[in-house]
Design a binder for this molecule. Sequence first.
Ligand code: 9MG
Length: 285
Amino acid sequence: MTILKAGKHAIDLSTPRVMGIVNVTTDSFYDGGRLDRDAAIAHARRLIEEGAAIVDVGGESTRPGAEPVDPADELARLVPIVAALAGEGACVSVDTMKPAVMQAALAAGASMINDVRALQVPGAMDVAAAGGAAVCLMHMQGEPRTMQRAPAYGDVVDEVSAFLRRRALACIDAGIAGDRIVVDPGFGFGKSLAHNLDLLRNLGEIAALGFPVLAGLSRKSMIGAITGRNLDDRLAGSLAVALAAAARGARLLRVHDVRETVDALAAWSAIERWPGSHGHEWTEQ
Ligand code: 9MG
């Protein structure tokens, strides 16, 4: 059994679980300097009702080309939302690369830090180690503003895997227990379509590092490139890649469409858990 410890939460990852995305950025719940806090909280509550084990709240876009957000602004966006949801008992992850924001979010009750820079910003590792939170260490080549211009690797799977191993060991050295660590190849973060497909096909090599793997593929441009669909029309593609990732060992799927992904994973898991010999009867559960 794989249990992820995250603050006071212990999340059973024996079957893949879902992390629901709550973006408090200019393209969602935040417009022209006005934050619709209640709408963001209501959205997170809905994702939890739909079966998200974790909600990931972020105040700075990491999309290709995105501009950085001032830490004070990011903090002001996130902290009240984290506090409200954590106060209701939710397992809240904070999507940030900034140590000051991590610290404030942990103080407000966050149980997980989702860092696309894998705790490499000076001070981030110390904040994460002191808080008892889980950490998600993601691989990114370059930085969001420019990362998709010319991503290049020798062997993308080996390089990403070696990076994640180094960062996980650095966490353990810093005092973060192994059962609080999640690793993530960072689909779309400084990667071409071919790099993303290589990583997805070989996700088992990342899982072999021995830490739960998170895959964030939901609605990403690789699905647009494959299907030719716009951002709002990528549900079918997102479900297909979520199941492909689960089949190769992903234990957490970071998604927008929680209800649909939970159902797809339930159907897939039922087949995976089925004993496989003839003569069994299906029992309604
Ligand atoms: C914040 N964010 C956007 N995409 C992501 C992904 O694929 N993984 C993680 N961990 N975070 C992401």
